[in-house]
Design a protein around this ligand. Structure first.
Ligand code: AR6
Length: 169
């Protein structure tokens, strides 16, 4: 049974087994959550991302997939990098966003992670409307079979927190 909890603030301050990163296919860093995780986690994470690029993802990590690295100096054992879809008005990419949550939990299970913190994937640079993103996130976690005991959604501002809180209630 997975419990969903919510937190307000910076995901890089969380103490969990695994922190999920809203990355891009390059796996080589960026802005938003991705930038914050690499800044606070230190160079070990980027180093492992580079190795993963070279060994497995020459063309980049495909959208909707997830892969783990060390968490460097973060208070976690692993960072699970997943690539959310860019929001589109003309094409329904919900399945790809759901896949990010499912695949991240699958990787968490492989690692043996019991507590996992997620940001609101795709709701920043990738422009996914918060309410729809929250619905997909919560529905997907609730319908995924996993040994993860706690999924903690870490929301960066109060509005996002309220939107997720309304979904969880
Ligand atoms: N802790 C928790 N949430 C955060 C933090 C933080 N430290 N910083 C931002 N957010 P985004 P995306 C929220 O843009 O939309 C990067 O450049 C933010 O308010 O980080 O999936 C990558 O390299 C928003 O609600 O990720 C990709 O190129 C949510 O996290 C691209 O952005 C996601 O915003 C991915 O875009």
């Amino acid at each position: 049974m997975t419990t969903i909890t919510l937190a307000l603030g910076d995901i890089t301050r969380e103490s969990v087994d695994a922190i999920v990163n809203a990355a891009n296919s390059s796996l080589l860093g960026g802005g938003g959550v991705d930038g914050a995780i690499h800044r606070r986690g230190g160079p070990a994470i980027l180093e492992e991302c580079r190795k993963l690029r070279a060994s497995h993802y020459g063309k980049g990590l495909p959208t909707g997939q997830a892969v783990a690295t060390t968490a460097g100096e973060l208070d976690a054992q692993w960072v699970i990098h997943t690539v959310g879809p860019v929001f589109s008005e003309s094409e329904d990419r919900s399945e790809l966003l759901a896949s990010c949550y499912r695949e991240s939990l699958r990787v968490a299970d492989e690692l043996g992670a019991r507590t996992v913190a997620f940001p609101a994937i795709s709701t920043g640079v990738y422009r996914w409307p918060m309410q729809d993103a929250a619905r997909i996130a919560v529905e997907t976690v609730r319908s995924t079979e996993t040994a993860v005991e706690e999924v903690r959604f870490v929301l960066f501002d109060e509005r996002a927190y309220e939107v997720f809180a309304a979904q969880v209630r």
